[in-house]
Design a protein around this ligand. Structure first.
Ligand SMILES: NC(=O)c1ccc[n+]([C@@H]2O[C@H](COP(=O)([O-])OP(=O)(O)OC[C@H]3O[C@@H](n4cnc5c(N)ncnc54)[C@H](OP(=O)(O)O)[C@@H]3O)[C@@H](O)[C@H]2O)c1
Length: 251
């Protein structure tokens, strides 16, 4: 294990959206570094398979079916981690979806879904973890935004709006939790190879995005390594923002 493992072993980390992509890769990498991981998502079969694999490799993990659009689910996930492992050190608000479309397609259900998962899910994660962290006088929120949280392009308006919101929420949170010794990091990835493009139902945008990802997406572990970087800093160092892209990605 390399030196970046410092300050990770033994930490209790709750991850939403841990059933695939960035969340799963992060659970695997943090567990390999000795963190205890509590895994939330809706596909419990995938979470249980991951829990089994991590446990078989000597790690500690807990899987709980969680829909982040339900505040009670998110609270149960966090409370279960605290009950099982005694505390929560890191809350990774990662669950999200990206059904991009042009506004005149009027895919209002998808707009609602993105707002519910990508914005309200993050707020529910904060609501669930903040009371514990305040009481502990320590903790770390890692919220997942996107390059789309920095830029907007046709077809990506609502998704970008949700990811801009994640950055604003993270910055407000950062300022508000200083007094409680809590760290906040927002990570904004570019194209990373996950199931995310599969949520696009507009055939034209889906085809364009598929080509874009096929051309340049980098492995999900790139995100996990960014998480390791932020977590492994000494406790008095608060890495607030990480923005990364595939080297080939221009926009
Ligand atoms: N991949 C990229 O290029 C990229 C770039 C920038 C930002 N991001 C962000 O990274 C995050 C993770 O996405 P990913 O790329 O890893 O895609 P992914 O493979 O599709 O993973 C999305 C995760 O979110 C979970 N999820 C979706 N709706 C949920 C809900 N209602 N409740 C609980 N969990 C839910 C999914 O689990 P279930 O379906 O099992 O619930 C899944 O585990 C998202 O916030 C995404 O916006 C990704």
């Amino acid at each position: 294990m390399n030196s970046t493992a410092n300050n990770i072993a033994g930490k209790v980390v709750v991850i939403t959206g841990a059933s695939s992509g960035l969340g799963e890769a992060t659970a695997r990498r943090l567990s390999a570094h000795g963190a205890v991981v509590a895994l939330g998502a809706r596909r419990i079969d995938r979470l249980q398979a991951l829990e089994k694999a991590l446990t078989a490799a000597g790690g500690k993990a807990l899987a709980l079916a969680t829909d982040v659009t339900r505040v009670d689910d998110v609270k149960r996930l966090v409370d279960s981690a605290v009950t099982a492992f005694g505390r929560i050190d890191v809350m990774i608000n990662n669950a999200g979806l990206m059904p991009q479309s042009f506004l005149d397609g009027l895919k209002i259900d998808e707009w609602d879904r993105m707002i519910d998962v990508n914005i309200k899910g993050v707020l529910y994660g904060i609501a669930a973890a903040l009371p514990h962290m305040k009481q502990q006088k320590s903790g770390h929120f890692i919220n997942v935004s996107s390059v789309a949280g920095h830029k907007v392009r046709p077809g990506g308006t609502v998704y970008s709006a949700t990811k801009h919101a994640v950055r604003v929420i993270s910055e407000g949170l950062r300022q508000e939790v200083k007094a409680h010794n809590i760290r906040t990091t927002v990570i904004s990835p570019g194209a990373v190879d996950t199931e995310l493009p599969n949520t696009i139902t507009d055939p034209v945008i889906a085809a364009g995005m598929r080509k874009f990802y096929d051309d340049m997406a980098i492995p999900a572990d790139s995100f996990a390594r960014a998480v390791v970087f932020a977590m492994s800093q000494p406790e008095d160092v608060d890495v607030n923002e990480i923005l990364f892209r595939p080297t080939r990605q221009e926009f």
